[in-house]
Write a protein that binds this ligand. Structure first.
Ligand SMILES: [Zn+2]
Length: 309
């Protein structure tokens, strides 16, 4: 389905190529896709392959293949974070130029020993902020995070966070030269013109860092909606490791129908045995983001649970 002329909605799905598409990621793909289509918007797929070392060879191809088999239709070219380093560097340089960022020579070991630990790990104490550390090997780039902020989410409401006390000055470029996820997604979402981000709830705590960077760079903040996390029968988040059932093994119409039920879209029972394209067609017409549960997690549907060992 082509985007309607005049709609400004631009959404995206941005999987990490660290394994095959599992049900949790499928739910994210379907929700972001349906929200874009319901709003006559565009929907992009971006492969978040920033950290090459963690990439599982062939998984980007496998993920795209699965999306295609399920009937997702994306707009434009697939984009790859690994090809955007120059853009990330440009914005890192800009933050340095504005004295909003600085180089830090503290190793992870030193930081762990010296700094208090917070909810998300050690809270960097700003030790190198005024030390004028020069760039070089084993130095990371940090942003001066001095804002308490309120993050709005279409499903979870407003959350306030004090960046300095909960995280401290956070990293933009790691000592090994890899740009941080926060800087990369902010730049990529800017370059794709993303207006709406529907993604997994595990990323909700990271939103403040991304909104902070958007503020620093005077960029528009997209509308965020974080979906509930899908938990397996042992209450573990589905991950690309062994606990995630391969959606390839279930019938595709069952996977999509169970996704709609899980997202509280109330598909009629009769749709459960309908062909895949019929379910898509119903879903594109009836999708309502506001029906999605705002709670932190939902259980994996029994029909998709792997058989007990
Ligand atoms: Zn330091």
């Amino acid at each position: 389905m082509a985007a309607k002329q005049g709609s400004t909605y631009k959404g995206r799905f941005a999987p990490t190529p660290s394994g095959n598409l599992h049900f949790g990621s499928f739910v994210t793909a379907a929700a972001s896709y349906l929200d874009a289509r319901k709003n006559q918007g565009q929907w992009f797929v971006r492969i978040d392959d920033l950290d090459i070392a963690r990439e599982v060879k062939g998984s980007a191809h496998a993920i795209l293949n699965t999306l295609e088999r399920f009937g997702f239709e994306w707009d434009g070219q697939i984009s790859y974070q690994s090809a955007h380093s120059n853009r990330y560097q440009h914005f890192a340089d800009e933050l340095l130029r504005q004295h909003k960022a600085y180089w830090c020579e503290c190793s992870r070991k030193i930081i762990t020993a010296r700094c208090k630990s917070g909810e998300y790990g050690p809270v960097y104490d700003g030790y190198c902020r005024d030390r004028a550390v020069a760039p070089g090997n084993n130095r990371s780039l940090r942003v001066k995070a001095e804002q308490s902020m309120v993050i709005a989410d279409a499903l979870k409401g407003e959350t306030s966070i004090d960046l300095q006390s909960s995280l401290g000055d956070f990293i933009l470029k790691r000592a090994d030269g890899i740009f941080s996820y926060h800087l990369a997604v902010v730049v990529d979402d800017l370059d794709l013109g993303i207006t709406h981000i529907v993604r997994g709830g595990d990323l909700h705590p990271l939103t403040s860092q991304q909104v902070f960077l958007q503020n620093c760079l005077q960029l528009h903040t997209p509308q965020y909606a974080h979906l509930p996390i899908v938990l397996d029968t042992q209450q573990r988040k589905l991950s690309k490791s062994s606990n995630a059932p391969a959606i390839d093994k279930a019938a595709m119409n069952t996977v999509l129908f169970e996704t709609l039920k899980l997202l509280n879209q109330a598909p009629p029972d009769a749709l459960g045995c309908a062909p895949l394209d019929e379910i898509w067609s119903w879903a594109k017409r009836h999708w309502q983001l506001e029906r999605v549960p705002g709670q932190a997690s939902v259980p994996l549907p029994a029909l998709l649970s792997p058989p007990a060992k």
